[in-house]
Design a protein around this ligand. Structure first.
Ligand SMILES: [Zn+2]
Length: 236
């Protein structure tokens, strides 16, 4: 995979010319005034129904434009420069639960291998790396750790109910044992935060948490860029 450093991304963005994906004015991909509008007030979120035992979940914002558009452009259209503002947004909920001392591991929810191959990149990994970069610059000891992997095929989650999503995902994630052993050998106490782009039913986050807890890794929290608002069916 070709890794483009952030500064090069930005330089290409400026050199090639673009329009702001939020306000569509010519200039940077996210212009300065739109970047200032990005969410910095994290909130705790509860999927409804909430999967049993889900760790406390936090989101930077609601899953709505412009964040929704940015997530989709980054994930589906490979607008890699958006990893920076999305990573900055994700830093808000992570920052809110960081302690003053000790190392924090950001564990990105893994994409399906087929999806990574098809898209040519792992969107959540890229966003989490930006989040870690932002927080390290502020003096926090935060690193990204790819502890999780997908096991086998998972059907597309779109259009499934909460219960169907949970069944679809059950047992589908596992921990990379070599990474876990290396972590255990280091002996350091760490705080583990599972990171995802969008929290919908919480089924994906819960499966990630289950896979970690099965090998004795406790999850402090789930942090995501955006959470969907519960849609209440209209009365007939
Ligand atoms: Zn703008």
């Amino acid at each position: 995979m070709l890794i483009v450093p952030g500064w090069l991304d930005d330089w290409l963005d400026l050199a090639l010319g673009s329009t702001c994906v939020v306000c569509e004015r010519p200039g940077r991909l996210v212009c300065d005034s739109c970047e200032r509008e990005l969410p910095t007030e994290p909130r705790q979120v509860w999927p409804d129904p909430c999967p049993d035992g889900l760790a406390p979940a936090f989101a930077a914002t609601e899953y709505a434009d412009p964040i929704r558009r940015m997530i989709l452009l980054h994930k589906e259209r490979h607008v890699f420069a958006l990893a920076r503002p999305l990573g900055t947004a994700l830093a808000a909920p992570v920052r809110a639960i960081l302690g003053p001392a000790g190392r924090t591991l950001l564990v990105p929810v893994p994409s399906r291998p087929g999806v990574v191959r098809a898209r040519g990149h792992d969107p959540m990994l890229r966003i989490a790396r930006e989040t870690a970069r932002v927080l390290r610059a502020e003096g926090f000891d935060v690193v990204v750790c790819r502890l999780l992997r997908q096991r086998g095929a998972v059907a597309d989650q779109a259009g499934l109910s909460a219960a169907e999503r949970a069944a679809n995902l059950a047992g589908r994630m596992a921990v990379h044992r070599a990474t876990q052993r290396a972590l255990a050998r280091s002996g350091a106490a760490v705080r583990v935060i599972v990171c995802d782009d969008v929290l919908t039913t919480g089924a994906t986050a819960r499966e990630a948490q289950r896979a970690l807890e099965v090998v004795g890794v406790q999850v402090r929290a789930i942090c995501c860029v955006a959470a969907t608002r519960k849609r209440v069916p209209l009365p007939k």
